[in-house]
Design a protein around this ligand. Structure first.
Ligand code: GLC
Length: 751
């Protein structure tokens, strides 16, 4: 039961949602009904006397709003997550309601292809619809401030422009299916350590230019139905009760028209339910009785006005009226999982990033028939991260299975070793084994020598996994290779090279790891991230050359973790103890109870490029099996915008796609600016050798602005700007100078 019927006005015809004006419905509701609607009705509600248990309409769905049937208000269902719908598979009409495990958010961003991301969003949105839900709790889009954030796999990039564009494409895809999407976690939720308590202390400029800009782009370019406020504090106030953030900025400045919901927070004495409602947080999820009682009490003793309640109720009803449940859509419970699997296989391959390809060893040539697959991840391939970003997938194709599906024979000696090892590990992890990147065993040199004689080529998979609720560490087995992994790469490299055979390393990871110390020992390195249920087939499609990888890095791979500016202000060496969240000493500790974003805007390439620091692989970097030439870059002014065009030609031997990146270098100014900032990008269609395509990219004068804290304004200085168009932030192929008048836009909100 997830709707209540307080038929107190029985007999008098009541206004019905969708037929009567919403204001009329709000005016007819009792105070209790209003508050029941503002507090999620996931597991329970309150009828003014008793707690009422609520049964979930779809098993495993993570959130519900309460239905109030006397006004024709249905319950609605909220479901995770960024890599696919997260509900509990059950038997319905002789099939199981599995959901497609799509590629992780970071892989989607690696495509630099908003059309591809929109396609994925459309498929996920279709599964939300057909599995009887109303809104997806995705995209996750917090900035990769530090590579050790445990949830970076769900998020997109170190750059706010790429983040915003990919998020908008995801939302537009999902919402094309008549269901909602939710931008999360708003805002500055850039670490998992003590996330329910930690205070992100950030300058106004870094907030505006880095941590809010992606959300601003996505709000303005995709009209998401919802935004989820994060757990953390922002400059001393919980974002869930942060009026400047949730109302002044989001609604009054950005003109956001959807609903704001909390992240999944039960009542506790550190938060103030009344402040949450007053701040413009419309929906307290998942919802509990204490919250309802708190708010009713607040109204009674005059601490919160009916007008504030009614404002939020109106937002929630405006959301409900858009939902499939309100439209009485009859779901099939049977979306086209085969088509979605084919799509995820293709996009996971396209979004793979070719980091190294010495002597064009990839794609495999025709006589590479037998493959020695090293690394536990070759057989226990990680398809996605853990926590609410996980998906109950129907299957996971490992790299070994993918290579066999592609017609390669997998060396049985080495396969047996890893298979036995994993069988032993299964005793500990059970059916969750494929969520764990188990530690690689050591492989003796004589086994490697024996296998080298039998196989044509070696592939070594390095796997990592991470998830919600805890951050990663700068340690072996996490950011750094273990000694077993390092020895394996060294020994396989020496042995296979001694007999003229090649070695490929596949990175099956959810976030950045150290690469510079070992990359010279591999002929090729393919960064496949976590590609969803079809990941093994996607990897095989790339190694075989069926698909030419066209992914590019959405973040920087540094030489060392400590090169990263934020490494000084991140809990990379913290291991949570029970009760730390209530331990005031811990909460008063730097990087635990609060995190100083001391690096300000100097995140990722903004720091490394401006300071000419050497990195292992730069932002925007990715090779191809073919080569591309950029030429004929031009600009023309159009009102307050600038239209850039560039010709990209395939000058190599393979069909391929190329993402062209447009960075802007601003003239000297009285505020320090990065040497270049990403302001546009565009990706070609699949070009055959010799084919070319003219790409066009548009930038407005406001896109060129930096945030000036003194005047609390966006300011574009007049002067000569340079558009740097290239294949990565360090590989600029064309430059175009253009003159710009000055522009200023004062903003009212300080956060
Ligand atoms: C979690 C996550 C959020 C998720 C929600 C519901 O704690 O932070 O991303 O959507 O709860 O599962």
């Amino acid at each position: 039961m997830c709707a209540i019927d307080n038929s107190v006005n029985a007999g008098k015809p009541l206004p019905q949602l969708g037929k009567a004006p919403i204001d009329k419905i709000v005016a007819s509701m009792t105070l209790l009904e209003k508050v029941q609607l503002l507090v999620g009705g996931t597991d329970e509600t309150y009828d003014g006397v008793n707690k009422i248990k609520i049964k979930k309409e779809v098993p495993g769905v993570v959130g519900q709003t309460l239905g109030i049937s006397r006004f024709g208000i249905p319950a609605t269902l909220l479901t995770d997550g960024p890599a696919g719908v997260r509900i509990k598979p059950v038997e319905v009409n002789n099939h199981t309601t599995y959901c497609t495990g799509f590629p992780i958010g970071t892989l989607l961003a690696s495509t630099w292809d908003t059309n591809a991301v929109r396609e994925i969003g459309t498929a996920i949105g279709n599964e939300v619809l057909e599995y009887n839900c109303d809104i997806l709790l995705a995209p996750g889009m917090n900035i990769h401030r530090n590579p050790l954030c445990g949830r970076n796999f769900e998020y997109y990039s170190e750059d706010p422009y790429l983040t915003g564009k990919i998020a908008a494409a995801m939302v537009n895809g999902v919402q094309s299916q008549g269901v909602g999407a939710t931008l999360k976690h708003f805002a500055a939720n850039n670490q998992e350590t003590l996330r329910l308590h930690s205070d992100s202390k950030i300058s106004q400029r870094a907030l505006r230019e880095i941590y809010l800009k992606g959300f601003e782009i996505a709000v303005k370019e995709s009209n998401p139905w919802a935004i989820m406020a994060s757990y953390n504090k922002l400059n001393g106030t919980f974002t869930q009760q942060h009026y400047p953030l949730l109302t002044s900025l989001l609604r009054n400045e950005w003109n956001f028209k959807g609903i704001v919901m909390t992240d999944w927070t039960s009542w506790n004495n550190t938060r103030n339910m009344l402040d949450e409602v007053k701040s413009g947080d419309d929906l307290l999820m998942p919802g509990d009785v204490t919250q309802i009682k708190d708010i009713l009490e607040g109204v009674k003793n005059g601490k919160i006005s009916i007008a504030e309640i009614d404002r939020n109720v109106k937002h929630v009803l405006e959301y409900i009226i858009k939902t499939p449940h309100f439209r009485k859509y009859v779901p099939s419970e049977n979306p086209d999982l085969k088509a979605h699997a084919a799509l995820t296989r293709k996009i996971a391959a396209e979004g793979s990033i070719l980091l190294r390809n010495e002597g064009d060893v990839l794609p495999f040539n025709k006589n590479m028939k037998s493959v020695a697959l090293f690394g536990a991840g070759s057989y226990n391939t990680i398809a996605g991260g853990t926590g609410s970003g996980d998906v109950n997938k129907p299957y996971i194709i490992s790299i070994a299975q993918g290579m066999e599906n592609a017609g390669y024979s997998i060396d049985s000696d080495i396969k047996d070793i890893y298979t036995k090892y994993l069988d032993f590990e299964k005793k500990q992890y059970g059916d969750k084994l494929n969520r764990y990147a188990v530690e690689d065993p050591s492989i003796s040199k004589d086994i490697i020598e024996r296998v080298a004689k039998q196989a044509d080529v070696a592939v070594i998979t390095i796997s990592r996994n991470s998830g919600e609720g805890k951050d990663r560490h700068n340690t072996p087995g996490d950011f750094i290779l273990t000694s077993n992994e390092r020895n394996l790469i060294t020994d396989v490299n020496e042995t296979f090279h001694s007999i003229g055979k090649k070695v490929i390393v596949v990175l099956n990871i959810g976030g950045v790891i150290e690469t510079s110390s070992w990359r010279g020992s591999a002929d090729a390195i393919l960064l496949t991230w976590q590609g969803g249920e079809e990941c093994g087939n996607s990897v095989a499609d790339v190694l075989k050359g069926t698909i030419n990888p066209s992914g590019k890095l959405p973040m920087t791979f540094p030489l060392n973790y400590l090169d990263i500016p934020s490494s000084k202000n991140f809990p990379s060496d913290y291991y949570r103890q029970e009760g730390d969240g209530n331990n005031q000493t811990v909460l008063n500790t730097k990087n635990l109870g609060y995190t100083e974003y001391e690096e300000s805007i100097w995140v990722g390439y903004r720091y490394f490029s401006t300071n000419e620091k050497t990195v292992s692989y730069p932002f925007g970097y990715g090779l191809s099996y073919t080569t591309f030439n950029y030429s004929n870059a031009k600009v023309k002014k159009q009102g307050n915008s600038y239209i850039f065009s560039v010709c990209v030609k395939n000058t190599g031997r393979f069909n391929g796609k190329e993402a062209a990146e447009l960075y802007i270098t601003a003239p000297k100014s009285n505020i320090e600016k990065p040497v270049r900032e990403l302001k546009a990008f565009a990706k070609t269609n699949l070009l055959a050798p010799g084919e070319s395509e003219i790409l066009t990219m548009k930038i407005s004068i406001s896109d060129l602005a930096s945030f000036d804290e003194n005047s609390n304004s966006w300011i574009t200085d007049a002067g000569t700007y340079t558009a740097c168009i290239g294949a990565s932030v360090q590989d600029i192929r064309q430059e175009v100078a253009f003159n710009v008048k000055n522009y200023a836009q004062k903003v009212a909100t300080k956060l």
